[in-house]
Design a binder for this molecule. Structure first.
Ligand code: HEC
Length: 126
């Protein structure tokens, strides 16, 4: 009986150490190539590039802030798979983690956001 209780205790401890399912995808740490790539990438469209420069770039081009980097598809895929495009778009509206609501672009339309998300989640070419 005593042995049985010990096993139960062990089982409940290991159950408690599991991260909660709703914690979201772990941060995908970028390699050096993706870090330097993110610093240089800008959307080809000039209007979009201007929005990106004054809003998203401050966080999505810099390593270490917890934001999935522009051009680093591996960091975007788990987010898009978990929430879909509409789900990650909703995160921009509400803010998420260290990202403020609207990602510093209060006048952006959903069309702008979708294009920016597509740009940032597309694998960057050096
Ligand atoms: C102040 C920093 C900051 C700015 C500015 C910012 N972001 Fe973010 N963004 C983040 C961080 C940090 C995350 C990761 C949040 C988390 O999952 O904890 C993130 C995550 C995201 C995600 C994924 C959300 C999800 O559900 O996984 C999208 C999409 C996004 N940002 C889009 C944008 C767009 C578009 C802009 C510009 C209009 C922008 N961000 C500006 C910091 C920022």
């Amino acid at each position: 009986m005593r042995k049985f209780c010990g096993l139960l205790l062990l089982a409940s401890i290991s159950a408690c150490s599991q991260p909660p399912a709703e914690s979201g995808p772990a941060i995908v740490v970028p390699d050096a190539a993706h870090v330097s790539l993110a610093e240089t990438l800008v959307p080809a469209d000039p209007t979009l590039a201007a929005i990106y420069d004054r809003s998203c770039r401050a966080c999505h081009a810099l390593d270490g802030l917890g934001a999935p980097l522009s051009g680093h598809t591996a960091a975007w895929t788990p987010r898009l798979e978990e929430r879909g495009l509409e789900g990650v778009l909703a995160s921009v509206h509400t803010g998420r983690g260290a990202m403020p609501p609207m990602g510093y672009c209060p006048d952006c339309t959903d069309e702008d956001f979708r294009a920016l998300i597509e740009f940032m989640s597309t694998e960057g070419q050096p």
